[in-house]
Design a protein around this ligand. Structure first.
Ligand code: PMT
Length: 318
């Protein structure tokens, strides 16, 4: 989706509920996120909210068609694992069915092909796992179970743009009580355009009416109220995705100037898995993978998270 940085006014932020229907479960989820943050802060942990995956914008009220933003959720899911390894508690605000921490390592594998049924009677029949079909499964399972047993990962799902916007606001308010111990890692790909409910056709758009022309409104950028009003003490990282390398850094700097947050991780669509630039107001650092690191299956998110950990520690000490 287009990468414009149209700021949202305080009035526009206030009218979020007027423009975008509030999902019925938001208050309940906000309470759960608040308790999660307070419990982990009391145990001496930092908490990161990761957004991941692309939003979906309906074109019809009874939706057949929608506009989707590109994101597999890989960056968010793998980053969640590195944050967990580093001692953070993680709220994972992700698009339904996008990649998920740990299970992401086995996408593309048919689980049934890795299982073998050994018949017997009711007490002796067994299902066996072929470990060769699921690389590193024992290690990954142990890591996953340890995270689960310690309650370190709180998954929250969104589907539509509306759900994303309201849940992000709720998360920001929920984490405000832990101040600078909260980090926001906004890796989701969010639509810049939407059709207001009042202008949306109710029924399926008919192709018999000829070529489709749609006019869409600008979505308010959530970064401004997040930084200014909802979680002003938090450490905030946004992402900047471009396809044209010549404008990437200028756009990243512009975002920092506009929203006044701490870090922009800038990436280009085609090279995003092996190269990013971490941009702050007074620094810019390239992170990349060598061929050897790629061979060893080291991921760029490992480097991004290490870099941000140090920056978060410094931010908290100020
Ligand atoms: O999921 P993968 O396949 O691994 O891909 C990862 C990624 C390329 C999606 C990721 O690295 C990335 O770049 N995500 C941000 C993409 C994006 O939508 O950028 P943007 O310029 O539109 O938005 C800038 C920032 O503002 C983003 O952090 C976004 O989360 C945030 N935003 C955007 C729109 C909006 N209305 N409110 C927002 O807060």
């Amino acid at each position: 989706m287009a990468q414009s940085d149209v700021p949202v006014s305080a009035a526009a932020a206030g009218s979020l509920a007027e423009e975008f229907a509030v999902p019925s479960h938001v208050e309940e989820v906000k309470k759960v996120m608040s308790e999660f943050a307070e419990q982990h802060e009391a145990a001496g942990r930092r908490v990161v909210l990761i957004t991941s995956g692309g939003t979906k914008v309906p074109l019809e009220s009874r939706t057949v068609r929608f506009l989707d933003n590109f994101s597999s959720g890989r960056r968010g899911a793998s980053s969640a694992e590195y944050f967990l390894d580093s001692g953070y508690a993680v709220i994972f605000l992700h698009r339904h069915r996008s990649l998920y921490p740990y299970t992401r390592l086995y996408t593309g594998i048919n689980l049934l092909d890795s299982l073998k049924f050994e018949p017997g009677d009711e007490d002796t029949s067994r299902v066996l796992l072929n470990k060769k079909e699921l690389p590193n499964i024992v290690t990954v399972l142990k890591r996953y179970q340890a995270v689960k047993a310690a309650g370190l990962l709180l998954p929250v799902e969104f589907n539509t743009l509306s759900e994303y916007l309201h849940l992000l606001k709720a998360a920001a308010q929920a984490l405000s009580s832990i101040g600078s111990k909260a980090m926001f890692y906004l890796a989701a790909a969010v639509s810049d355009f939407y059709i207001p409910a009042s202008e949306m056709p109710e029924h399926k758009i008919q192709s018999s009416n000829g070529p489709l022309q749609i006019s869409m409104k600008m979505v308010p950028k959530m970064l401004r109220p997040l930084v200014k009003d909802w979680a002003p003490k938090a450490f905030v990282i946004s992402f900047k995705l471009e396809t044209d390398p010549s404008i990437l850094l200028e756009r990243a700097r512009r975002a920092l100037d506009t929203y006044n947050h701490q870090v922009v991780v800038a990436n280009i669509l085609d090279t995003r898995r092996g190269y990013v630039v971490v941009v702050t107001k007074n620094s810019q650092q390239e992170l990349s993978l060598t061929d050897e690191e790629v061979q060893k299956e080291i991921e760029i998110e490992d480097k991004i998270v290490r870099n941000l950990l140090a920056a978060h520690t410094h931010f908290m000490s100020q």
